[in-house]
Design a protein around this ligand. Sequence first.
Ligand SMILES: [Zn+2]
Length: 242
Amino acid sequence: MTTKLSNQDIYDRIYAAISERRLLPGTKLSEERLAQAFHASRTRVREVLLRLGQELIVEAHPNRGAFVASPTQEDLRHVFAVRRALERAIAAELADRFGGQPIVPLRGHLDEEARARARADRAALARLTGEFHVRLAETTGNRLFSDSLRRLVALTGLVIAQYDAQASSACPDHEHTDIVQAIEAGDPKRAERLMLAHLEHVEQGIKPPEQPSNEINFERIFGVEGAAAPAAKARARRRSAR
Ligand SMILES: [Zn+2]
């Protein structure tokens, strides 16, 4: 890398690496090594990491440095609560304003998704399905929508990466196409309903890793399974109460 990168360039590259899961949750982001990689000062790298920290994409630990964030299940619920609130509004607004005509950039994006799916390119599909939601937000022309969605999609990607590094995408096939069709048909109610259903499916599709602590079957582990069936225990209790 010989050209001098701006802070925004550095931000964009780190952000892309995280949202495309080339940098996974928990990865240490060493200021020194990033500074070397980007041929930039540590001060500038620190500024970029601070911004990513404010956006919850990076976690700073005192004395240990910065790490790619590891969102919890509660974080995931919060992300989807905000996504539902914003994206239903985005879908309805687009149907109101642009209904009755094909929306060429969105169609182009759907074609790209279909091609990535056809060649089973999981990395590209992960990036494109997330980008679809950002594209919709951008189409409104409201920067607050698009900036918010960019962060929320990155956070969603982080959770997917954390829970299942092999998952290509949590967006079910065809649902993006259905949403675009409802928008183009100028049906805000339907666009909003399809978006809410889609986000519901996406959220449900993100399965947390198994939590063995809640699932442990001590009876099976210690070989006492069936030793005291509930009915037998109840009889025993009745007998001792007499
Ligand atoms: Zn989607």
